[in-house]
Write a protein that binds this ligand. Structure first.
Ligand code: FES
Length: 209
């Protein structure tokens, strides 16, 4: 419940009870995914960024694909117009809720060499955009390096766009947080950890194993 609704529930409990009751009981036949996708259409049409940020991740959580979320944004076009649709696309891309721009297929096999070890920063997350899947590189010490798939284990958001806190990275979509030295999920407790990509260091170069 939004802070404003919580406020109303406390200051105008009778009105809030009827309002919340309407929300709760009026929609009965639609499943969660369909309901949240329709909410995206209405939030884009009305042009409410706050509503979009609140409800769009719920569609993903309810099982909608990024393609379906993009369709919902575009469905708003006849009523919302181009500017609101483009604004919504900016917001949703920032939240990593839309499909990636398709990469051109690499002409050759993906590069095994990820770069010189010393070029990766110490105790900062380094993102590597690759056609075969983005990676996160983390050096916790001069000689200790670990490479992860950039796919969030929760719902596959791209952690290259996550918030780098130095020792941990926070996914922007549902705020799962991962220890960068171990890949362990810190928040929520017991969540799946990052997928480690096997690598080795050969003559100062970090290469895929
Ligand atoms: S996709 Fe949900 S926390 Fe990353």
């Amino acid at each position: 419940m939004s802070k404003a609704l919580t406020y109303l529930a406390k200051t105008r409990p009778e009105a809030a009870t009827h309002l919340l009751g309407f929300y709760k009981h009026s929609v009965q036949a639609l499943d969660d995914k369909t309901r949240h996708l329709i909410q995206i259409v209405t939030k884009v049409t009305v042009g409410t960024e706050r509503g979009l940020r609140q409800y769009a991740p719920k569609a993903l959580k309810a099982g909608a694909s990024r393609e379906e979320i993009l369709d919902a944004v575009l469905m708003a076009f006849p009523a919302a117009g181009l500017n609101k649709v483009l604004d919504a696309i900016d917001i949703m891309r920032e939240m990593d809720l839309l499909p990636e721009i398709p990469e051109e297929a690499p002409a050759t096999a993906p590069q095994r060499n990820l770069g010189a070890l010393e070029d990766f920063p110490l105790q900062r997350m380094h993102s590597l955009r690759r056609a075969d899947g983005d990676l996160l590189v983390y050096r916790s010490g001069v000689d200790s390096v670990v490479v992860y798939s950039a796919r969030c284990p929760h719902s596959k958001a791209n952690l290259c766009r996550g918030t780098d806190h130095g020792t941990h990275v926070e996914c922007r979509v549902h705020n799962w947080t991962f220890d960068l030295a171990t890949g362990r999920c810190l928040q929520p407790e017991g969540g799946a950890g990052l997928q480690v990509i096997p690598t080795l260091v050969q003559e100062g170069q970090l290469v895929l194993a």
